[in-house]
Design a protein around this ligand. Structure first.
Ligand code: DGL
Length: 248
């Protein structure tokens, strides 16, 4: 049996990373664990997040995964180092807001939009200190319960919240999407901020997964694979929606 790439998120957000992975590594098999029952991760404590994510890692390892992709900024900023210490033989790839991409592209007024947890995290604040300077302004804001509204497909509420959160920043030139759920609502964000470039790190994460598989000689050579399996902890009907979103 082929070993799989295991991915998890607090629901559908991680699909934005899965999409890029499938494009880059089409011969791999994927097991995507959508932890919708525990959404939103962004409102949980470090202890709760470590407990939740450890159970997911145990499950993915039992299911024969060769690498684990934490397709969630909140879980990455909270737990990736603790998980690496707890599972020293497992390869983890995570995701953090792509602040460096905004910096490298010389944007002058960048909004980082992420969950409350990620916004306040040590990692994001370190990245801001690294890249903030006199010529490049960075504003770090919370998307409040946006991830949960996206998860529950409450699009009217998503649009109202985006209006309230983003209208004060009409003059920004870029928005770093610091939560994988937000990549699923790029059109809605663009409607409020038509002149801003939206930045996410999804392609970068996929490239890092490929690199890790290469250096560990774990790339799949099989021509018949490319199977995607979803697990949803809340409602198996969400799996249909995942296949739909993946095809979009
Ligand atoms: N998709 C997740 C992230 O990237 C988390 C959303 C949440 O459950 O709060 O942060």
């Amino acid at each position: 049996m082929n070993k799989k790439i295991g991915i998890f998120d607090s629901g559908l957000g991680g699909l934005s990373i899965l999409k890029e992975l499938v494009k880059l590594l089409p011969n791999e098999d994927y097991l995507f664990y959508e932890d919708s029952i525990n959404n939103p991760y962004g409102e949980k404590s470090d202890e709760e997040l470590l407990e939740i994510t450890s159970k997911i890692v145990d499950y993915l390892l039992k299911e024969n995964c060769k690498i684990i992709v934490i397709a969630c900024n909140t879980a990455t900023t909270s737990c990736i180092e603790k998980l690496r210490n707890k599972y020293p033989n497992t390869i983890f790839v995570g995701t953090v807001p792509a602040i460096k991409v905004a910096y490298d592209n010389n944007y002058k007024n960048t909004i980082i939009l992420s969950t409350t947890y990620t916004r306040n995290s040590k990692r994001v604040n370190e990245l801001i200190s690294e890249y903030h300077n006199t010529f490049q302004n960075i504003i770090n804001i919370s998307g409040e319960n946006l991830a949960n509204l996206i998860e529950e497909n409450k699009m009217d509420e998503v649009n109202n919240l985006l209006e309230r959160l983003l209208t004060p920043y009409k003059n920004c030139d870029s928005v770093v999407l610091g939560c994988t759920h937000y990549s699923l609502i790029k059109d809605e964000i663009k409607r409020v901020l038509p002149n801003a470039t939206l930045i996410d790190g999804n392609i970068g994460v996929a490239k890092e997964v490929k690199h890790q598989l290469e250096i560990n000689s774990s790339i799949s050579n099989s021509k018949n694979s490319g199977e995607i399996t979803f697990i949803n902890t809340k409602d198996s009907k969400l799996i249909e929606r995942s296949f739909e979103l993946l095809r979009k």
